[in-house]
Design a protein around this ligand. Structure first.
Ligand code: TXA
Ligand code: MG
Length: 321
């Protein structure tokens, strides 16, 4: 049975005990819920891949409490330090060369010479990491190929019975996964757009490179239909028909949709990001033939929002209704 706990001191203490006993604990971060296991424990990390049905060649992000803790695991250069000082704790993941003799399980890195690291800002994640004092490997707490969970209920729907417990802190404020940036190459590149916009990163370390020049290429987890809902999606839709659900942004165009959700009536990209996965889940469960989505600006958080929509149903831009 998967227990759902209030993340007070007693709940966090039970989560720590479960983690130390090679257990799996889903916990809230500011981006999405993570499925945590102690990153130095091969057996626990193996259970993460099993529970998610995740391919073993897709590496995990290790979560730590501070830049100092990160420095024990990876080689931190000036660029990484500048980014960590600007955005940690927060929704940015740095891919850096692992240090010789790193205690992190090779299952976490899928055998790569690099490790992806992040210091989350959510108070529950921070309390957990600080009190545990060990790195926690945590992919998003969904079955592989499904939408990332932004509420404890989503975790239970996907992984109930397969994991030990969930710390329930309600909705995740950012609502999109972290930005993953490869710093193990001469010219850093974004492997996955996310909660920290490209523009903000470039203000700190200058222009970023193209992911195709990166030695890592795209993150293994960035295969196209990664976030797929079950229903077909129609992007850049100017309206919606009678058998469709309609996902809007800003003013809602006239439409005949069965069901309408608005990511942000005022056209605010942060609000849209925090609503995206919850609304996609709702619309995906509705009895509709397809989900029509209005166009969403591509700047700031819009890059990550459009990336997730494209990935949900690639190649369907530009049709008319
Ligand atoms: O916001 C987030 O990042 C959430 C929360 C829980 O922290 N975690 C998350 O993890 O989204 P996951 O496993 O769903 O996505 C991690 C991404 C994958 O695309 C994976 O391929 C990539 O990071 N990644 C991990 N380690 C890597 C490495 N060493 N090199 C390149 N990409 C890596
Ligand atoms: Mg994921």
């Amino acid at each position: 049975m998967t227990k759902v706990l209030v993340p007070d001191q007693a709940g966090i203490a039970r989560a720590i005990n479960a983690l130390l006993a090679s257990g799996l604990v889903a916990f809230p971060t500011e981006t999405v819920y993570g499925l945590g296991a102690v990153a130095t424990n091969d057996k626990a990390v193996a259970r993460v891949f099993l529970a998610k049905n995740r391919p073993a060649d897709n590496p995990l992000i290790a979560h730590v409490a501070s830049l100092a803790d990160a420095s024990a695991l990876v080689v931190v250069d000036d660029r990484a330090r500048a980014l960590a000082e600007a955005f940690w704790p927060g929704p940015l993941t740095l891919v850096l060369p692992s240090k010789m003799g790193s205690p992190v399980s090779r299952l976490v890195t899928a055998g790569l010479p690099t490790l992806a690291l992040r210091v989350p800002s959510h108070p529950v994640a921070r309390a957990l990491l600080t009190q545990l004092g060990l790195p926690v490997a945590a992919p998003s707490a969904n079955r592989s190929g499904r939408i990332s969970p932004t509420r404890a209920e989503h975790v239970v729907q996907d992984l109930g019975g397969l994991i030990d417990l969930v710390l329930d802190a309600g909705g995740c404020p950012v609502g999109l996964e972290s930005t993953v940036i490869d710093l193990s190459v001469p010219i850093p590149a974004i492997l996955r757009p996310g909660g920290v916009p490209r523009e903000a990163i470039e203000r700190v370390i200058g222009p970023l490179g193209d992911v195709e020049d990166s030695s890592v290429k795209r993150s293994p987890g960035m295969m196209t239909r990664h976030y797929a809902p079950g229903r077909p999606m129609r992007l850049d839709a100017s309206s919606a028909g009678p058998r469709e659900a309609f996902l809007a942004f800003g003013a809602v165009p006239e439409n005949r949709a069965l069901l309408v959700r608005n990511l942000s009536p005022s056209g605010d990209l942060s609000e849209a990001a925090s609503n995206l996965f919850q609304m996609l889940r709702e619309l995906d469960q509705a009895a509709v033939e397809a989900i029509a989505v209005t166009s969403i600006p591509g700047d700031g958080l819009g890059e990550a929002i459009n990336d997730r929509l494209q990935r949900a149903w690639p190649g369907r831009r530009g049709s008319s209704t």
